[in-house]
Design a protein around this ligand. Structure first.
Ligand code: IVH
Length: 674
């Protein structure tokens, strides 16, 4: 109450909260290394929201304002102060050597110079403008000179700071940052699956998904899309000079902007060639798509001397990877039956190499997608493979369609069990409604036994198929009835392997509850949702009894998921199956209680090296238990953890009488507080 009469105090608290929240946002989203628990972050955010509301103090760059802007009618146009150029492409090492020689001729030098080597992100190029450290405008590249003003959409991306961090380097008066907005592949796949489930068309690749998401007039739609950014350069900068591109990137990091950790600096063009080879190997292990690397001359004086041609700078080159698209012919269109009975049409094609991998099948998603792309047997199609995304048909080359090619028609009956297929009103997915269909049963059992479900070792695709084919397993409950004597007579089984499978099945009876929930194969409930449900309900019975309303109270559960869960547990068949599992001793163990941790609210300082943990890991472990890590020792510090070769912080801790832990004592404390 006193606050109402003391706006100056409120104003300074608002400033303090914003600074803290900006910092925590940076730790969490940019560094992936939070120093406070989520609940603490939420508490600070709630306090700030309340103060801003009470005193009308909200400003556009406040961390409370990421989502909240009203939908637009259309995007305004923004001129880039400096054009956003594109890059010249090279596809071979020879072209890259030529580039280096061309630069040396231009600069009349024979000396090697430094290059900065960066992954070439495959997303959507944007520009962020910071004036005196505050994000004022964000735009798309457009035609390079003028783009669309998508500020309110960019603000919803958590890896984009609304204010620059100024702890290490002061904010410049003006900063135009260029970067690539993209979507990680796992999120992209998940998001596409959700779209298809809702009957919306899937995006062909993460780049289209990123670009489409940025061009939403309603920022709430963008906010719900899993977008990220990597920054790779600057346009105009006022009030700060740089000597090298490397220094630019390092400074962007200091300002809290996200820069790809795979960037390197190397002397001479050979370094670029080596980087490309290395990146090509690492590429498929990366969570996001890249289509090559970018080679940039490091010293800015040289960049200036080299200048630009009309559309691309002379000092940079994109060294692309081999194409991930190819054309081939469709030999047949088959349909697959999935775990939930969903029927997926698949194109069977003449084998073709796409980005180094042989492809002969591609998903066509559903009936409507086949119709939209009008893929027919005999057609020549463009196929693409994007990272670990399933190969897809991009489009039909209509000019090459053979005479008499017939449009695809969904079969009327399940190709496996013959049951008439159904496609409910308003849904895009056709299903086999037979709960005993061998195809969905087999997939369901595979899912049940999978790594993120019951994790039954050795129960692979072939064996599951065999168990279903011979009629030994008619539902997942039957697995727990299996004996060695049942298995030994079967092909591919010997005494030892039968023993192993039976004991692996028996060993899976007690699993964490979330695994059991995931194993049940409820539509729209994957690993992550299963974990949320397990945390919330703690017992399977409680989840089974939960009303839609109660389900909606679980964070991350929306109406579609809630109704799917209700439907699943209301089915008598599923109830009987769960009883059967329980009778056999299958239990979901409640999650470890998140006890008021020993470390809750405690402040830690680290000094010296730890033998068994990296500093980042140690920090994460403290944060996960509700503790806080700071960098300097004060009277408020609760523990100083001293590793090998501790610095002056140890002396300071002794002086102030702060508790000092060695690595073993620290490990012990962590252990006791989980
Ligand atoms: S530098 C003047 N660096 O590639 C230099 N671009 O074909 C211009 N891109 O529109 C760009 N990753 O969206 C640069 N590390 C990177 C990049 C990158 C992706 C995109 C960018 C640009 C396109 C150029």
């Amino acid at each position: 109450m006193a606050e109402k009469n003391l706006p100056p105090q409120a104003a300074s608290r608002v400033a303090e909260l914003r600074e803290q929240l900006n910092y925590h946002n940076y730790r969490y989203y940019v560094l992936d290394d939070p120093v406070v628990a989520d609940a603490e972050f939420d508490r600070l955010m709630a306090e700030l929201t309340r103060l801003e509301e009470d005193y009308g103090l909200a400003t556009p760059d406040s961390p409370t304002q990421r989502v909240g802007a009203q939908p637009l009618d259309k995007f305004e146009t923004v001129s880039h102060r400096q054009p956003m150029l594109s890059l010249e492409n090279a596809f071979s090492e020879a072209e890259v050597f030529e580039f280096d020689e061309r630069l040396k001729r231009f600069l009349k030098t024979t000396e090697e110079f430094a290059y900065v080597l960066e992954p070439k992100m495959d997303g959507c190029a944007v520009e962020l403008v910071y004036e005196n450290g505050r994000l004022t405008t964000g735009s798309t590249r457009g035609d390079g000179f003028r783009g669309e003003n998508v500020t309110q959409n960019l603000k919803t991306i958590h890896t984009i700071p609304l204010s620059l961090l100024t702890e290490v380097a002061p904010a410049p008066e003006l900063l135009e940052v260029r970067g690539e907005v993209y979507m990680d592949l796992p999120e992209f796949n998940q998001y596409n699956a959700e779209r298809l489930a809702r009957g919306e068309p899937a995006f062909a690749n993460p780049r289209n998904a990123a670009a489409g998401s940025l061009r939403q007039l309603d920022p709430r739609i963008t906010a719900a899309r899993p977008l990220k950014i990597y920054c790779y350069g600057v346009g105009e900068v006022g009030g700060r000079n740089f000597d090298t591109h490397w220094e630019v990137l390092q400074t962007l990091k200091q300002w809290g902007l996200r820069v790809n950790p795979l960037i390197q600096r190397g002397q001479g063009i050979e370094a670029a060639i080596a980087y490309h080879r290395d990146l090509e190997h690492r590429r498929h292990g990366l969570p996001y798509e890249i289509d090559g690397m970018v080679i940039k001359v490091d010293p800015l004086t040289l960049q200036e001397r080299l200048g630009a041609k009309s559309r691309s700078p002379r000092w940079a080159l994109a060294f692309k990877f081999a194409a991930t698209q190819a054309t081939t012919r469709v030999l047949a269109i088959e349909v697959n039956v999935g775990r939930t009975g969903a029927i997926t049409p698949m194109a069977v094609m003449a084998p073709v190499e796409v980005g180094g991998v042989n492809v002969s099948r591609a998903t066509l998603h559903n009936e409507a997608e086949v119709a939209r792309k009008d893929v027919r047997v005999g057609d020549t199609v463009l196929v693409q493979r994007a990272g670990d995304v399933i190969p897809e048909v991009v489009k039909v080359i209509l000019e090459e369609r053979p005479a008499g090619a017939e449009p695809f028609r969904m079969p009327e009956n399940c190709p496996v069990c013959g049951t008439a297929l159904v496609r409910p009103e308003g849904e895009k997915v056709t299903r086999c409604p037979n709960p005993d269909c061998i195809a969905s049963l087999t997939r369901g059992i595979q899912h049940f036994a999978g790594k993120s479900a019951m994790d039954i070792d050795g129960l692979g695709e072939k064996i599951v198929q065999q168990l279903v084919d011979v009629g030994l397993v008619k539902d997942v409950g039957d697995l727990y009835h299996l004996t060695e004597a049942d298995l030994i007579p079967l092909e591919r089984f010997a005494e030892k392997s039968a023993q192993n499978i039976v004991s692996a099945i028996q060993a899976s009876k007690a699993v964490p509850l979330w695994r059991l929930i995931n194993a049940l194969g409820i539509r729209f409930v994957g690993e992550a949702t299963a974990q949320l449900l397990a945390q919330h309900f703690e017992e399977l019975e409680k989840l089974m009894e939960a009303s839609e309303e109660q389900l909606l109270h679980v964070e991350g559960v929306g109406p579609q998921v809630a109704s799917s869960i209700r439907e699943f547990f209301q089915s008598e068949r599923n109830q009987a199956l769960i009883k059967k599992l329980q009778d056999k001793g299958v239990v979901g163990l409640p999650p470890e209680p998140r006890a008021a941790s020993l470390l809750g609210g405690k402040t830690f300082v680290f000094t010296g090296g730890l033998a068994n943990l990296s500093r980042d890991e140690a920090k994460t472990m403290v944060a996960a238990r509700g503790g806080k890590v700071t960098s300097s020792v004060s009277a408020k510090t609760d523990y100083v953890v001293a590793g090998a070769d501790p610095g002056s912080k140890l002396a300071k801790a002794r002086e102030l009488g702060v508790t000092i832990l060695d690595e073993a004592a620290f490990a012990d404390l962590l252990q006791r507080s989980t």
